[in-house]
Design a protein around this ligand. Structure first.
Ligand SMILES: [Zn+2]
Length: 426
């Protein structure tokens, strides 16, 4: 393959990034929440771009936008390779999280088109629906659907504006129904590949082009509901108070301390965050009667997660007793850690060597669609550096050259998969 990055390629990548960046809430760049009008407009643009690249497009039952580059016509019952990422963003997010992976996937298609290469498998370029955590409390909607992990309970959730999740998925072209099994063609999928910005500093610090991801950590989310008693801030004596916010403060401090301890003791990634908290009635002259908070856990091993939980339970019991509040914990989401496919890791590493792209093995801290895809098909992922490790903020940045280098690795991997597939069939 041709390993050099043409100026036309980086120009095209820059153009894709810039075009998608125009679809944002104007007052709050870069905001393209799933199901928003900005998201729908971006999808329309992306669909046109897919078609212009020779892909035949459809929205699947999970609401994923899929562009298919068909296999050579002489191939019977072709295998499939999935390549993609996501174009939705968090509120006031960045221009590259997810988008870089879609741009890189398009580069693979351009390479194949330019070199008139026909593959022995269908190549599906996917914009996975709603990867970012949404107001309904679920991330990775599209990849979860593919993996058979969308339940009726999730679809029935209603946001503060009265929008039901299932209805929204149907509105953008999905079925809006549950998925209890992985995709029916799962056995035909020989690889799911994704490029993503690292969202941390390790590649940048080591001055490396690409990280070959070894595993995606498990992600667990819980609601913490604390019930005390609201009352007059002037007349409720300090000893009578059942202040839910003070109990929440105990828990927030405690979670941070426990997580620090576990992250320090365990070599594998562990992080715990209480990043969302609502106080009721939320008045300056009222003792807080109710707090709703969300705990987010990232754990590369079950061992560290279980350790955390043992201590967390003690912490809640203590806070409940000392603040005279009732505390209820409910699991909102759980996704076990997802190791990447060994063979694909090797192929990606070899492709990096062959294309002169420097690489290292790496494990991430964020969740990705590929974690869900890995439950039903071989999955591999690469990271590219992003400036100062910043992500989920407007300062998020990587270069078109970095995306181009990453796409070279994807191209190398796809070509090797094609060679092997042809060999097996011969
Ligand atoms: Zn992402």
């Amino acid at each position: 393959m041709n390993n050099t990055i043409a100026l036309s390629q980086t120009t095209r990548i820059t153009d894709t990034i810039n075009q998608l960046a125009t679809f944002t809430e104007p007052e709050r760049p870069h905001t393209r929440l799933v199901f928003s009008s900005e998201f729908e407009q971006a999808r329309l643009w992306l669909r046109e771009t897919f078609v212009a690249a020779g892909l035949s497009c459809h929205v699947d039952a999970g609401g994923n936008l899929v562009g298919v580059l068909k296999a050579r016509t002489d191939e019977p019952c072709p295998d499939k390779v999935l390549l993609g990422s996501h174009i939705d963003t968090v509120p006031a997010g960045g221009r590259f999280d997810g988008i870089a992976g879609v741009a890189a996937a398009l580069e693979v298609v351009h390479y194949l088109n330019t070199n008139e290469i026909k593959l022995p498998f269908d190549l599906e370029i996917v914009d996975y629906l709603g990867e970012e955590l949404n107001v309904w409390g679920t991330s990775c909607l599209g990849s979860r659907h593919m993996a058979g992990l969308i339940t009726s309970e999730m679809l029935e959730r209603v946001d503060p504006d009265g929008r039901k999740l299932g209805t929204e998925i149907a509105r953008i072209g999905g079925s809006g129904g549950t998925s209890e099994e992985p995709r029916s063609d799962a056995s035909q999928i020989i690889a799911c590949l994704e490029l993503h910005i690292e969202q941390a500093k390790s590649l940048e610090k080591q001055n490396l082009d690409v990280g070959i991801v070894t595993s995606i950590p498990g992600i667990y989310r819980y609601s913490i509901s604390i019930t005390g008693q609201a009352g007059h801030s002037g007349t409720t004596t300090m000893t009578e108070r059942r202040d839910a916010l003070v109990a929440a403060a105990d828990i927030i401090q405690g979670v941070s301390a426990i997580a620090n301890q576990i992250a320090g003791a365990d070599n594998q990634h562990f992080a715990a965050t209480i990043g969302k908290i609502d106080v009721f009635p939320n008045g300056a002259a009222i003792v807080p009667g109710q707090v709703e908070a969300t705990l987010d856990l990232r754990a590369a091993s079950d061992h560290s997660r279980l350790n955390f939980f043992a201590e967390f339970e003690n912490l809640c019991t203590q806070a409940s007793k000392s603040r005279n509040c009732e505390i209820n914990i409910k699991q909102l989401a759980a996704a076990a850690a997802a190791p990447m496919n060994d063979e694909l890791m090797k192929l990606l590493a070899t492709a990096a060597v062959k294309t002169g792209v420097s690489s290292t093995k790496i494990s991430g801290g964020a969740g990705h669609d590929t974690a869900h895809l890995s439950r039903f098909a071989p999955a591999g992922m690469i990271f590219i550096p992003c400036r100062d490790g910043l992500s989920h903020c407007p300062e998020e940045f990587t270069t078109s050259e970095a995306i181009a280098k990453g796409s070279l690795v994807l191209i190398g991997c796809v070509l090797e998969l094609a060679r092997r597939t042809s060999l097996t069939r011969a």
